[in-house]
Design a protein around this ligand. Structure first.
Ligand SMILES: Cc1ncc(C[n+]2csc(CCOP(=O)(O)OP(=O)(O)O)c2C)c(N)n1
Length: 369
């Protein structure tokens, strides 16, 4: 018997706005001008916030945090396709998307200050808190999507994770479950080319990460993750599929982390400056600015006004967060996960209490001096 081909697959790539700001007008979505400006505002805010957070971290006023620099388009472009009653499950580099969704800036700051207060975000936003365990949120997202399906609610869940997360068992279990039950979920892999120091080439032998979806019985698409328009169009298709009961989609958004993994990382130790510069030329903010300018929606003066306004917004949020932090008890981080703490967590709580008491004594004596 000759062998027969049982299945054949393909993976598409989508780009609409290229790195020089040229648009494929046959694919350009009809977004209202107010939305185009709002996208610009949120991406600019996310970038300015990154710089401010870096300074706060260096001054000891914020904990270690991951930079979003260079990745501002992917999350925001995809989230544009959601309705307010849909669910958003972010990873830790989706600041632009969270701000677009309406998350107050000081909530984000409180999270990275490591305070319990930072874990409570306005419920009506339908945004889950930031996960630190790589890939774990994909399972929560499928759970949310299945709950919507069971309740007969016409909601979609969108979940974000990195290229490194696709090597985690959680991701594969989530995809399998979502595929079997046709869960109304959109998986968005933000492929920024590195998982800390591990390059994409060592993460998986697969030609694309999007094609992993095919094994679980749903489509995967590669998108230019620095192109807001392409991310939006791809996400809109995926959200519609999910809403119509046709199941999940996996989007792989190709982008690059222009900054370090976190404030505790030095990327010069594992990647070349030349590579970074190549990606800097594809900066999502630069091309969005050119796009707006071509449409008569951007000028130097408007930009200067916007940056002044955003700077004031950031300073106010820093002030609000620090006021809340002044009355917060960092030990509360131990108090609301389990009814009774396990012996190892009890020991950690004691150690943290001693550390805090010690640092308070130190700062009191330095004030006296
Ligand atoms: C389960 C788990 N294993 C390891 C880590 C340590 N860790 C933190 S970030 C990271 C890399 C994640 O890479 P990727 O998923 O590509 O996301 P990126 O940070 O590049 O956005 C790792 C391994 C973790 N947080 N959780």
């Amino acid at each position: 018997m000759p062998r027969q081909q049982l299945a054949q697959f393909h993976v598409d790539y989508l780009q609409i706005l290229d790195e020089n700001g040229r648009v494929d007008t046959t694919l350009e979505p009809p977004l209202p001008e107010a939305t185009l400006w709002q996208v610009h505002r949120c991406m600019t805010l996310a970038r300015m916030l990154d710089r401010r957070m870096h300074i706060l971290q260096q001054q000891g006023r914020l904990g270690t945090f991951p930079s979003c620099y260079g990745q501002e388009a992917a999350g925001l472009g995809c989230v544009l396709a959601l309705r307010q009653d849909d669910w958003l499950v972010p990873c830790y580099r989706e600041n632009s998307a969270l701000l677009y969704r309406g998350l107050p800036l000081h909530n984000l700051l409180l999270f990275w200050m490591g305070l319990e207060e930072g874990a409570y975000w306005p419920r009506e936003l339908r945004v889950l808190s930031i996960p630190i365990l790589i890939g774990s949120q994909t399972l929560h997202a499928v759970g949310l999507a299945l709950a919507s399906q069971i309740r007969g609610a016409n909601e979609v869940t969108m979940v974000f994770f990195g290229d490194g997360a696709t090597s985690e068992g959680d991701f594969h279990e989530a995809c399998n479950l979502a595929g079997v039950y046709q869960a109304p979920v959109v998986f968005v892999c933000v492929n920024n080319q590195y998982a800390i120091s591990v390059p994409r080439s060592q993460q998986s032998r697969s030609e694309t990460l999007a094609q992993k979806a095919i094994a679980y019985g749903f489509p995967g698409l590669v998108v230019d993750g620095n192109d807001v328009l392409a991310c939006y169009v791809a996400a809109q298709e995926a959200v519609e599929r999910a809403r119509l009961g046709r199941g999940p989609t996996l989007l792989e958004c190709l982008t690059y982390r222009l900054g370090p993994h976190t404030t505790a990382d030095d990327p010069r130790r594992y990647r070349s400056e030349q590579e970074r510069q190549q990606w800097e030329a594809r900066d999502p903010l630069k091309r969005w600015r050119i796009y707006l300018e071509q449409r008569g929606l951007w000028s130097e003066q408007q930009q200067a006004e916007l940056e002044r306004e955003l700077q004031a917004e950031i300073e106010l949020a820093v002030h609000q967060a620090e006021q809340i932090a002044a009355h917060a008890d960092p030990l509360e981080m131990f108090d609301f996960v389990y009814a009774e703490l396990s012996p190892d967590l009890l020991a950690q709580r004691r150690e943290a209490a001693e550390f805090l008491a010690h640092s308070e004594t130190l700062s009191a004596s330095s004030v006296r001096r």
